[in-house]
Design a binder for this molecule. Sequence first.
Ligand code: ATP
Ligand code: MG
Length: 829
Amino acid sequence: MSDRQEEELRAASLFAAVGLAESTAKEVAKTRKTREELVTVIEEAGASEGCSKAVGVHLYQISRKYPLNARDHRKAFMLDYVMSEKIKASNQLDGALEYLGRIGSDPVNRAELEEASGVGVEVTHDQLAAAVKEVIHAEAELLREDRYHAKLGPLQAGVKSQLKWADGAAVKAELEAQVAAFLGPKTEADMRPPDKKAKKKKAQERAAAAAASAAAAESAPATGVSSLANGPMPSANGNAAPSEASATTGTSTAEDASSSSPFTFLPAPEENNKVHTVVNFSDGRIMEIRNTADQLQKHLARTGRRVITRFPPEPNGYLHIGHAKAMFVSFGMAAESNGDCYLRFDDTNPEAEKLEYIEHIQDIVSWMGWKPYKITYSSDYFTELHQFAVQLIKAGCAYVDHQTADEIKQYREERRPSPWRERPTDESLRIFEEMRRGMTDEGQATLRMKQDVKNENYNMFDLIAYRVKFMPHPHAGTGWCIYPSYDFTHCLVDILEDVTHSLCTLEFESRRASYYWLLEVLDCYKPVVWEYARLNVTNNVLSKRKLNRLATGGIIRGWDDPRLLTLAGLRRRGVTAAAINSFCRELGITRTDSAVHLHKLDHHIRLDLDASSPRCLAVLRPLRVVLTNLPEDHHATYDAKVFPGRGEETYSVCLTRVVYIEATDFRDHDSKDYYGLAPGKSILLKYAGAITCQDFSVSDGQVTEVRATFTPIQEGAKPPKGVLNWVGQPAAGQEPLEFEARLYSELFKSLDPSDLGDAWMEDLNPTSETVIKGAYACTQLSKAQPGDRFQLERLGYFCVDSDSSSSNMVINRTCTLRESASSKAVSKK
Ligand code: ATP
Ligand code: MG
């Protein structure tokens, strides 16, 4: 090997180490100039030992495009901005290089450079959604006309012109989701390739109309909505809360593992000395809630400055996708700050809790990939909570009340104090002790916090702290007959567990005042409380009460029915935890309540399954095809790709005289735009060869058998356009592996069944589950076990169901392939 060749090889392997594709690395190494430049750049950046692919691509761009006049700044720029990944996207790099070229050898003004390259600009999901909405609105006419054939590139550019630094992948995902929501499900016409002639004519008409309106507009001011190419659109509405502005980032997508933390806007534990909230009392008093220096000091000494969060499910049902968001927030924040997150069963109500739920929750939290720091129960702290209650009475901040539940309600509505509110402290202490010892009947007495009955905030009207309930507790046992309320328990257990960030959903916002009031009057440390929006998903329900009705009412297959958005249901359907978490990351932790479209979840499911699901040939509704030119005992095997286009791994499929194709892929009449099988027409049996239909038999109006001739794939010969999935017999005369397929669609017909009030059950979609028996698969599938996932080519992603037995394999469709991909398979190879 010559010296030059050796040098090329060395350089190519260095370039591969910084993440360049093998072919690019070789190409760049071939030419002396490009090779030496990139080697110098890599050395200067200190990346000779390798770096992430994203950084490597930037270094390569720098070696090609860095302005010569700013050479003096190159090293510092690479170290400060590229290696530290402050510059993430290629348009950011371009902005920076443009700025550097402009200043040449003048000193760098960091603020200007960062402005030119969008460093530190965070695009919230709300901003992105608003910008996309605006672009769709502006292009509504074109979308209605061209529907799914419309090119999304210009729309994407329109969004980018509003939000220059938004992440490209996030823009694309949001655009696809909103276009789908705007246009609704694809029609047959949407799935066919576009009619090129009609499209050309339409484009000409549009151009003529644009020219006419431009001429007319010469004398009138432009409206700004006419074309996306006309420059920046009005800026997206930016009314996100200040905290929210950094809560989500445009780069937080599943594809981008290097996306920045969505939690950086929350203060670190040692910064928890600002005012949390100000509680205004009806008599004019003001309570300013903040930690004293002493409280903060002691807290930090106990925790070693760790971030500590908690995920507090009530064990009264299975967890759902909304809880996945809650876990993403609390476990996620702890994980991103090297802190700890408790899994805390919020089990103060002994009535609804069940061991089944507790076991399930632990299992599913771990399936979602989260490791609790400790598993605790609110009921573990009943003794401490009782001591706090006594302390509260002694401080004159709680009293025993004898009003009935109805009286309490009425008095609260009238904002009148209970007649027992001013009773002496000793009396309350004595009766509270009697309550604890079981000497007071249920409903005879409650302990109430002495807050502010005339407060503007309903949740400051002397909330109940304890109730008498003669019922053993599933976790704490028989030791108690008084049970603390959620409002009394939650904040105090946060303190007992030294929680630094108590993150919850927005419906708790109005309880912030009472949360902090209790901690203030008991002289406790105050965590940071922050609320985020509950997740709602279209065409489904997430309330545990409703899920319980469906799951236990015999309406569906239980809590883990694949149509539910319970995590158990999603798991059974074949969805991975990774897909759910990347969906949550994309949603961000915004404070805007909205229903997320199911398409959004599907997008993440496909991304994840595409990479991990081995392919397999199968047909759901088999149509028998006899290949008349093959002998009875014909048996040939072909190599099918496990991951077509990626890697060489194969499995065998066998071709016999009788094969099966999808019944929907045959028509008795051919037409020009049809790529399936029809009399006289040829299609390709994927991986095997072409077949040409001769004739077919019909019985009772149904096509029962097709006869065709087989032609092996021949080098150089043009294959037919349509490529079909098919299944042969394992041996001549033997039927293929049979399975039951369960296909799913929306569980409810309307987007938000909760809108229908008590009639929500009437909205159930009667065709939400389609069971197909007698589907056929190639023998590859015979080894599959419950939980195994596949892509059945052209049919979708599937997962073996837990109902499977040795005699009946049941396979759930997790989701369809992107429709465009499945229609492509029929039309093109
Ligand atoms: P439900 O009203 O359905 O019974 P819940 O709020 O009572 O739900 P919990 O078990 O108490 O359910 O919830 C545990 C945590 O998960 C809480 O912090 C709660 O705020 C959060 N959570 C529940 N539902 C959602 C949701 N749809 N989106 C985001 N977080 C949620
Ligand atoms: Mg709850």
